[in-house]
Design a protein around this ligand. Sequence first.
Ligand code: NAP
Length: 282
Amino acid sequence: MTLTEASGADGAPRPASTAPIHGEHDAMRNRLLEGKRAIVTGAGSGIGRAIAALFHAHGAQVVLADLDAASAQAAAQALDAARCHGRQADVASEASVRALVESTVARLGGIDVLVNCAGVPQRYTVIEALEEAHWERILGVNAKSVFLTCKHAVPHMKRQGGGTIVNIGSIVGVRPKPGQNAYCASKAAVIALSQSLALELACDGIRVNVVNPGAAETPMLAGFVDPARTPLEEAKRSFASNIPMGALIQPDDVAEAVLYLASPLSRQVTGAVFNVDGGRGV
Ligand code: NAP
């Protein structure tokens, strides 16, 4: 299959350069993912939960995966028990990811959209104090997870003739901070892996993009802060003061960018690294 013959995430074969969607914008803007089947990892909290809610509002069926079964199920039930399904999954475990993908395909019949949002933070740790197990956990949850979910979801997308993958990186993946050595490395790995896959999968009609949030107002933010050194509210003010736009990023800010990259509106976009960071990465 050549690029010009590739079918898009909506399944229909079409030349890559035609523009059938412009006249349909008004209708599409409200239902950008109508009928699509999506997995969102880390969907029990924060940004992942906001992405799942926006996908649901745009017509998708969503599997909300999280390490914590109760939060995944609560997030799904708060949306719509008919189109949203909470599921426990450890994205750092191949057996768990394989089971997540297989159960999604069994339930929904396929996977059109994959969002890798699960992640763990890192408090300031000098390199000589960083334990091997800590490094492996951060790299496992934040980076190996993207390899595992893509490995198991991509064969289904190839069979369907296309799909979209959006991976949540971080602005520190391109503009690192001291003391967050493993976290920065994990997010840089997400970006490089995503761009390699964007090239590898372009001819299969599978697009792969990255969204890099800046410091965002979610439960994770406290995980970057050592409360013995800096009270959380003071740390939040400090994070915000380093953002040119002057405010912490909100989960919905990130979700809107992910929606664009997951939807046919971005059908010629792959390998992009999209910063939602109030300008911090400039
Ligand atoms: P969050 O509210 O803590 O959400 C992260 C979710 O991932 C939690 O529900 C967590 O579950 C889940 N998770 C952790 N380990 C997992 C595993 N092994 N398997 C499955 N799920 C797992 O954090 P967030 O801020 O929304 O973060 C979402 C993404 O944005 C992450 O990739 C993060 O690195 C990235 N990001 C965040 C910020 C920020 O400032 N908040 C900035 C840049 C990038 P538990 O709570 O049960 O552990």
